[in-house]
Ligand binder design. Structure first.
Ligand code: GLN
Length: 494
């Protein structure tokens, strides 16, 4: 078979089962593609030996007829996931040299299902960022370029390496994590599908924590069908994570009928933003029409607290991060600064943290400790928590009135040039304007590639679903994907 790296998970699974290819062949093809793609900065720790061992084991399993859907499928794993014996650095200097003795539940479930890990993927440091530029490894690069331009674009963040690797066909799919948009925004910037499940669907155990009440892992794939297949393999109850939900995970792929007749799709007024590019507005309208043509009913809805979502998120997420990151003390994990004669434990903490954390992480820790400090706790943190409850209530109310899914743009722009917003945190934070509400409310959300802008860059639409109804959400996304017919691929320059 030719072009093995271009296969979807579903195609590869079927080809493996028919004996048209082997996992070893697929894995070798991906490893070759990865070797030629260093310019993308996507894979930051390559694990070819592990990959070949797992591919051989997968081929045995497939031959024996005992092969789950993910068996033999080569995937990349975001550097935020702890992987046994393999560097897991969350793209931070402070975790330099850290090789966990355990496997995160999600990557472990993929491993048990027979998936083949090719290596670890680039990301923003501790998943804080929207452009993959805060990474200690240097930024990942978007395989897409604007027509007639050789300017390097961001793949988005924080799961930028995952997005770049999947869009460039270095792997069939990748894991991502999403605290405020880090699966959906990079998926939209690179023309792929990104699913953030309901909070509690995927275990957070063994995933380096950013903001524990918001973090969720999810699949980043070439198609909605693949998101269904891989998502199902990643989800499930885990007693090691107290927020993991004890709920059955349905067969999502079997739910992809493409039939959305009678479904009610909400179009939220508050997501129509001043200064939003006309192309995004037009795509959003086109997406709504496509769903209507497929038999859904459109309904204008109001989510009145949307405008407070970004400020609330940028209080809550840093607050939780400042607490989670207190564990990096130079003793338990990774990096420790060189100490001078006479330095004590305080100097060790201070120097290690000053040298080990990058500027954005330090900004979050400072904002977080500030909003949690005695004099400001009520004014900022408690206020943000109340806003969060109101945002969730907005969604609860529209779902209670019969809305099945909500359609919005995924991002306020297409991929932007690397360096463009790096010195402007507020501009950078605006990337998350359509996605953070979903994390604050704990809902499932998916980004589906739906068109190209005038410069030939991909744009995504977001669908937001009812809690625990990823199956229904995926089916609506499938209908949108079918109608949009997005098949464009980046031209190879790397
Ligand atoms: N860009 C957002 C942030 O910087 C979201 C990141 C994420 O989802 N991990 O916090």
């Amino acid at each position: 078979m030719s072009d093995l790296t271009k296969l979807t998970i579903a195609e590869a699974r079927d080809a493996l089962r028919k004996g048209d290819t082997t996992s070893v062949e697929l894995t070798e093809a991906c490893l070759t593609a990865i070797e030629g793609a260093d310019a993308l900065g996507a894979f930051v720790h390559k694990t070819p030996e592990i990959a070949m061992d797992r591919a051989q084991a997968a081929d045995e399993r497939i031959k024996a007829g005992d092969a789950p859907a993910m068996c033999g499928i080569p995937v990349g794993i975001k550097d935020l996931f702890c992987t046994e014996g393999v560097a897991s650095q969350a793209a931070s200097k402070i975790l330099e040299g850290f090789k966990p003795q355990y496997e995160s539940t999600v990557s472990g479930q993929l491993k048990d299902a027979g998936a083949v890990m090719l290596g670890k993927l680039n990301m923003d440091e501790f998943a804080m960022g929207s452009s993959n530029e805060t990474s200690v490894y240097g930024n990942a690069v978007n395989p897409w370029r604007a027509e007639g331009s050789a300017e390097a674009l961001t793949p988005g963040g924080s799961s930028g390496g995952s997005a770049s690797a999947v869009a460039a066909d270095l792997c069939l799919a990748a894991t991502g994590t999403d605290t405020g948009g880090s699966i959906r925004q990079p998926a939209a910037f690179t023309g792929i599908v990104g699913l953030k499940p309901t909070y509690g669907r995927c275990s957070r155990w063994g995933i380096v924590a950013f903001a524990s009440s918001l973090d969720q892992a999810g699949p980043m794939t070439k198609t909605v069908r693949d998101a269904a297949i891989m998502g199902q393999a990643m989800m499930g109850h885990d007693p090691k994570d107290s927020t993991s939900a004890d709920r059955a995970v349905p067969d999502f792929e079997a739910m992809l009928t493409g039939d959305i007749r009678g479904k009610v799709i909400g179009i939220p007024t508050e997501y129509r933003m001043d200064g939003m590019p006309a192309e995004i507005e037009a795509l959003w309208e086109k997406g709504a029409e496509m769903l209507q043509d497929a038999g859904a009913e459109l309904r204008q809805i109001s989510l009145p607290h949307t405008k407070y979502a970004l400020p609330a998120y940028y209080v809550i997420a840093p607050a939780e991060a400042s607490s989670n990151l207190a564990r990096y003390d130079g003793v338990r994990f990774g990096y420790r600064a060189k100490l001078d004669q006479g330095d004590g434990i305080t100097e060790m903490y201070e120097k290690t943290r000053a040298e080990g954390f990058g500027a954005e992480v330090k900004r979050r820790v400072m904002v977080g400790t500030y909003v949690l400090s005695a004099g400001f706790y009520d004014a900022y943190y408690n206020r943000a928590r109340k806003v969060r409850a109101l945002i969730k209530r907005d969604f609860d109310m529209v779902f209670a009135e019969g809305v099945d899914a909500i359609l919005t743009p995924a991002t306020p722009s297409a991929a932007f040039e690397l360096g463009q917003s790096f010195d402007d945190p507020v501009q950078m934070y605006l990337n998350d304007v359509f996605t953070v509400t979903v994390n604050l409310a704990g809902l499932p959300g998916i980004s589906v590639p739906a068109g190209l802008d005038a410069k030939g860059l991909p744009l995504g639409l977001q669908l937001i679903g009812r809690p625990w109804e990823e199956g229904d959400l995926l089916n609506t996304a499938y209908a949108l994907e079918n109608a949009a017919g997005f098949v464009a691929k980046p031209g190879k320059w790397w």
